[in-house]
Write a protein that binds this ligand. Structure first.
Ligand SMILES: Nc1ncnc2c1ncn2[C@@H]1O[C@H](COP(=O)(O)OP(=O)(O)OP(=O)(O)O)[C@@H](O)[C@H]1O
Length: 565
């Protein structure tokens, strides 16, 4: 997959829609110019004719220019309305394309590429970077292209009436655009960088505070955190203030350049009136024309900021996606049979940035139908095995194979249709019990759900709830106990009906009776399938037919007699 965040590549599917918005925006700007330009001429002509005498008044044809003024006025209203509709619709389409692209970029990074990222940081990046890329169209590209296209037409129009005035307008435009692109760009860059980075980390801090408010409060460190947030917010506000100042100064300077241009054109037009007989009515027309022409230049400082934001967003996403780019493998397996095995063959593994070897020449074979327990001291690397089976992290030596294929060559989606995992840090979504089941298995029936709930000993509990399966479990399953949440996660996994199931600490937080009954039910359900549990719970080991202990990076087969009931 190519993670190129080029804006133009991104918007290819809607390029004609965006072009239409651009065209309408130019027509609206030209109509505005035409309206003021022609109005200037009409008002001045009417005044001059009025002063000249009754015959001139009668000879003056006001109908055509008045119709022109009305035409431009109506065109301006209609095109501005259509422009708003089309460009904002375009911006929404761009944002959905940008979000999809950012999402596509983040997914292959999970989890290895994101271990050093905080959730809030990522969310901030997902929201703000995709929005900044999407806003590039309305806030940066459109104003610049409109200024360029309309600017050329304005200068040509001026040239038609008075070449020297066209020259003055062109110089004024170049100065104003130069000021924006060099001055505003140069001065604003560091403040925008600072805002984007600080805002993301501020969001991440806020998210952490909200999630762990209770602990922080008990440990009496909440004030410390608040101070940190206040300091970060203050520095963001300062940068925002600086950006506002830069924008205001730039707009004032553009207005100043416009006024100089107005005076120059007034002077040149007056001279031309005396020297070459330029129509007197054309003097105010050209002056008003300069003012109208600058309407397309005034939004440029803001457009420049939008351009910087989009560039930074593009750069950050590119860095993120390059950091953990993982080739999506294409090999698939079609089915498993009684001879299917999961093999760890002399595997060596350590996490990136962590020199400690987790596995050292570790070998293990688990056959289809085995009921395996993996035990070992805390921190020996039991949970890490899941990361390796799904190739979330690369191994340094050896090979891990499933159904004869090296897992690094297997497509992760394909592998997960044969192996389901309930990890230690499983997640339940905010919503009802039913929502959580249907998210994983959309067509799950109530009967099927109750069947798996029975296996994990949760059916009675759910039946007692006021809304049964439709009861809400709260954010992070806060309305369930730790043991209930774990069992619910296992029940959801069971509904996937995959031939291999790996459960990390399935009996955590359960009383002896529930532990035992649930394990027996699980083993009954998985009689012909493969069940692997990672556990510290020795009281259930006698139920399994193979127990391996992970010690010093190697698997050792445990003699079951030690664990007989
Ligand atoms: N993403 C990671 N990056 C770097 N090191 C990691 C990462 N995940 C785990 N580790 C390290 O790998 C080691 C093994 O962790 P793992 O969670 O696999 O142990 P475990 O045997 O499952 O422990 P427990 O029984 O306490 O759950 C730990 O020392 C941990 O610090």
């Amino acid at each position: 997959m190519n993670f190129n965040f080029s804006f133009f590549q991104l918007v290819k599917p809607i390029k004609w829609h965006l072009m239409l918005g651009l065209f309408l925006s130019c027509i609206a700007a030209l109509s505005n110019f035409g309206l003021l330009f022609l109005s200037g001429w009409l008002i001045a002509s009417a005044a001059i004719v009025g002063l000249t005498g009754i015959i001139a008044v009668q000879a003056f044809n006001i109908i055509v220019p008045a119709s022109g003024v009305r035409f431009f006025a109506i065109t301006r209203i209609v095109t501005r309305y259509l422009e708003r509709v089309i460009t904002h619709d375009g911006a929404l389409r761009v944002i959905s394309l940008a979000r999809k692209k950012v999402y596509e970029c983040l997914i292959p990074l999970t989890p290895a590429g994101l271990v050093n990222k905080r959730g809030g940081d990522l969310l901030g990046q997902f929201v703000s970077d995709s929005e900044n890329i999407a806003n590039y169209y309305t806030d940066a590209l459109l104003p610049f292209i409109r200024a360029l296209c309309c600017g050329i037409i304005f200068i040509v129009t001026f040239y038609f009436f008075l070449p020297v005035a066209a020259f003055s307008l062109a110089i004024a435009f170049i100065m104003a655009v130069g000021l924006v692109s060099v001055g505003v760009y140069g001065c604003s860059y560091k403040y925008i960088c600072h805002i984007l980075e600080s805002r993301n980390s501020l969001q991440a801090d806020l998210g952490e505070i909200l999630r762990h408010f209770g602990e922080l409060y008990i440990f009496k460190v909440i004030d410390q955190y608040f101070k940190k947030i206040q300091t970060a917010q203050k520095s963001i506000d300062q940068s925002r203030l600086m950006l506002d100042c830069i924008e205001s100064v730039a707009k004032s300077l553009i207005t100043f350049i416009m006024m100089i241009c107005v005076i120059a054109v007034l002077f040149q037009a007056s001279n031309a009136h005396h020297d070459i007989g330029l129509n007197a009515a054309e003097i105010p027309m050209l002056v008003l024309g300069v003012m109208a022409a600058f309407d397309v230049i005034l939004p440029l400082p803001q457009a420049c900021h939008a351009h910087i934001k989009a560039r930074l967003a593009q750069k950050r996403l590119q860095i993120l996606s390059n950091a953990g780019k993982k080739k999506q493998s294409s090999r698939v397996i079609n089915s498993v049979s009684s001879s299917t095995c999961l093999v760890f063959d002399k595997v060596q593994f350590s996490y990136p940035h962590n020199p400690r070897m987790i596995l050292q020449n570790a070998s293990l074979t688990i056959k289809q139908g085995d009921k395996v327990a993996i035990i070992g001291e805390s921190g020996t690397g039991k949970s890490s095995l899941i990361n390796l089976i799904f190739s979330f992290y690369p191994i340094q030596a050896g090979e891990i194979k499933f159904a004869g294929e090296s897992v690094k060559n297997l497509n992760t989606d394909n592998l997960s249709s044969f192996i389901t995992v309930v990890s230690q840090d499983f997640h339940l979504f905010s919503g009802s019990i039913m929502d959580n089941f249907r998210l994983i298995v959309p067509d799950a029936t109530e009967n099927e759900i109750y069947d798996v709930l029975k296996i994990v000993q949760l059916d009675d509990f759910v039946k007692q709830l006021p809304k049964n399966l439709h009861s809400h479990i709260g954010n992070n399953a806060i309305e369930l106990s730790g043991g209930q949440a774990k069992r619910l996660a296992i029940a959801i996994a069971l509904l996937r009906k995959t031939p291999w199931l790996i459960l990390d600490e399935p009996t955590d937080g359960l009383d002896q009776q529930t532990k035992y009954t649930m394990m027996q039910e699980l083993l009954k359900l998985y009689a012909d399938k493969t069940l692997i549990i990672i556990t510290h719970e020795t009281s259930i080991l006698f139920l399994m037919n193979l127990v391996f202990s992970l010690e010093n990076g190697c698997f050792n087969k445990v003699i079951m007699d030690d664990y007989k009931k």
